[in-house]
Design a protein around this ligand. Structure first.
Ligand SMILES: Nc1ncnc2c1ncn2[C@@H]1O[C@H](COP(=O)(O)OP(=O)(O)O)[C@@H](O)[C@H]1O
Ligand SMILES: C=C(OP(=O)(O)O)C(=O)O
Length: 539
């Protein structure tokens, strides 16, 4: 086997069990990875300098194909209702088959960190079959200084082989696609999917497993901080597509990260060193910072269509998927933090994309309401983004990230509750979804309105506003916010058909209540009482 690039000479691919590899390219940086990716026809060069790759049939994550090894140490730790299980024997067979599949191949390896706080980081080594995947994960995670590479020994090893086809009968999985995590052996195997996001979310899942034991709250959230040191940081929880990336990019604040953070006694820290932004209908005006990254050498664009002649990207083209993406290192954003760390948050924002159009654009939450909405994890999927979906569909994904949470939600919920109380954090619920009606009749909340409301929340002025109680959800909604049309703050006023509003709101309340039944025995009475209730409707 030939090794190319900076590496730890004493700790290489043989330790991971690889045999008869043709070559391992270690820690290549962007220019070499471009050469390898383009030379293998893995992708194309876009007009502005980004590398564009397509992923074939998998253009998003495959949560149903994700499995955790159930063994003596995970048995009592993992929330098995939410995580698929495979046996240690099935994992051993899968691992051996992965190593066999890699024989004779050229692989790319990146030695990276997950976690900007050295006290709580994981050293993640990622072996990939594709050069563009190596560039993607190098962009997304934290890149060690070159001087740290000779002594780098990984804690976690990820092997990503999209050309591997799993066998459900042999490997205990569900299809030819598999994401298998062995927390005891600290190995992740990704096969049968070329969607690059699986790699970064595997590191996230690993940290979500280990960090609670270190007293650190891991969170599916973006984060930014005021430029003035006393202004404090803010975190934005939200499921995919709710606006974590879009809204954390704010030229008046410092960006920490767009997706995954931890909260320790020292403050908050990014798990990553890059961002993974959605590019569908990306607008230069509404999202100038993100747009600019698509015109740079080093950015990876995934499933974005480019013109065959000019190589200019067409962000309106969803012919491969709605989930088109660009991945870039944090320093491509001018006002990104150099450390990935900030003090304790002053504000927590829970983002929801309400496709029914009944949630107000912003509400202030009590601690108990924040816990209720954190455990509920509500957003809505829109028809067209998934096969078979004909109308908006409510999704309740606990902790705003159920697919990445190996432990029971109460493990994360209790940590968050204590941190909110200890640091007297203001909590908000923000609807980035529909207003004036649901999908089909209403329109998406203008980004300009959401940004204006957030600015007022984060600078502290909104806390002092006059509030009214939402008749359905019970939380406090501001009556007026400078620069925002007042009627948009009261959803019923934005609907032409008031009867339809009342009926839709009652339906959504019922969905919340049905969903929350599974948490009722895990929470205190104040949290149970913090949800919407049938009484609130009658009143
Ligand atoms: N009011 C709004 N707030 C935030 N995003 C919005 C809004 N209206 C439309 N969008 C669009 O919704 C998408 C949000 O995606 P993104 O920020 O990547 O979400 P996440 O990071 O939570 O997955 C972007 O494509 C953005 O342009
Ligand atoms: C990477 C992902 O997360 P997000 O959409 O929140 O960026 C994903 O869902 O694939």
């Amino acid at each position: 086997m030939t090794d190319i690039g900076d590496r730890n000479a004493a700790h290489g691919a043989a330790e991971a069990g690889f045999r008869a590899l043709k070559t391992v390219y270690w820690n290549l940086e962007a220019p070499r990875l471009y050469e390898e990716a383009l030379g293998r026809k893995e992708g194309q060069l876009a007009k502005g300098g980004a590398l564009v790759a397509t992923t074939g049939s998998h253009t998003g994550r495959s949560p149903k194909d994700k499995f955790v090894v159930r063994d003596a140490s995970t048995e009592t730790e993992v929330w098995w209702d939410n995580n698929g299980a495979i046996t240690p024997e099935q994992f051993a067979t899968l691992h051996a088959d992965f190593l066999k599949h890699a024989e004779g191949k050229e692989l790319f390896a990146q030695d990276l960190y997950g976690g900007a706080d050295p006290a709580h980081r994981v050293k993640a080594r990622i072996y990939t079959e594709f050069a563009w995947h190596s560039l993607f994960i190098r962009n997304l995670l934290i890149r060690p200084d070159r001087s740290e590479i000779p002594s780098y020994v990984p804690d976690l090893t990820i092997i990503d082989l999209p050309s591997f086809q799993a066998d459900p009968a042999r490997h205990g999985c569900r299809s030819k696609t598999v994401i298998a995590i062995d927390f005891t052996k600290k190995i992740v195997l990704i096969g049968g999917s070329a969607y690059a996001g699986e790699m970064k979310k595997s590191v996230f899942t690993y940290l979500n497993y280990i960090l609670p034991g270190q007293g650190v709250m891991p969170m599916h959230c973006s984060a930014n901080a005021a430029l003035d040191a006393n202004g404090g940081s803010a975190i934005f929880f939200g499921l995919s597509g709710t606006g974590k990336t879009t809204l954390s990019n704010d030229s008046s604040r410092q960006l920490l990260g767009d997706d995954e953070h931890g909260w320790s006694n020292e403050g908050i820290f990014n798990f990553e060193g890059g961002c993974y932004a959605k590019t569908i209908r990306l607008s230069r005006n509404a999202e100038p910072e993100i747009y600019a990254t698509t015109e740079r050498f080093g950015t990876v664009m995934e499933n974005v269509i480019i013109d065959p002649v000019s190589r200019a990207p067409d962000f309106d083209d969803a012919s491969l998927t709605e989930n088109t993406r660009c991945a870039y290192p944090l320093d491509f954003i001018a006002n990104a933090s150099g450390t990935g760390r900030a003090g304790h948050p002053k504000n927590i924002v829970m983002l929801t994309c309400d496709a029914f159009g009944v949630m107000p654009p912003i509400a202030k939450l009590t601690g108990a309401e924040a816990m209720y909405h954190f455990l509920s994890g509500y957003t809505a999927k829109v028809a067209g983004t998934e096969r078979g979906l004909t109308g908006p569909e409510a999704t309740f994904s606990t902790c705003f990230g159920a697919p990445f949470m190996p432990r029971h939600p109460s493990a994360y919920g209790n940590l968050l509750r204590d941190l909110i109380a200890k640091h007297s954090v203001d909590c908000w619920l923000v609807n980035t979804g529909w207003t004036g009606g649901g999908v089909g009749t209403g329109r998406r909340m203008p980004i300009r309105v959401t940004r204006r409301l957030l600015a007022a929340a984060l600078d502290g002025s909104l806390s002092a506003a006059e509030f009214r109680r939402d008749p359905y959800f019970g939380f406090a909604v501001p009556v007026a916010v400078p620069g925002v049309e007042p009627h948009i703050l009261q959803p019923v006023k934005t609907w032409a058909n008031k009867g339809a509003f009342v009926e839709t709101a009652a339906r959504l309340v019922k969905m919340f209540e049905d969903n929350f039944k599974r948490f009722e025995t895990h929470v205190d009475a104040d949290v149970r009482a913090a949800g919407p209730s049938a009484q609130a409707i009658a009143a």
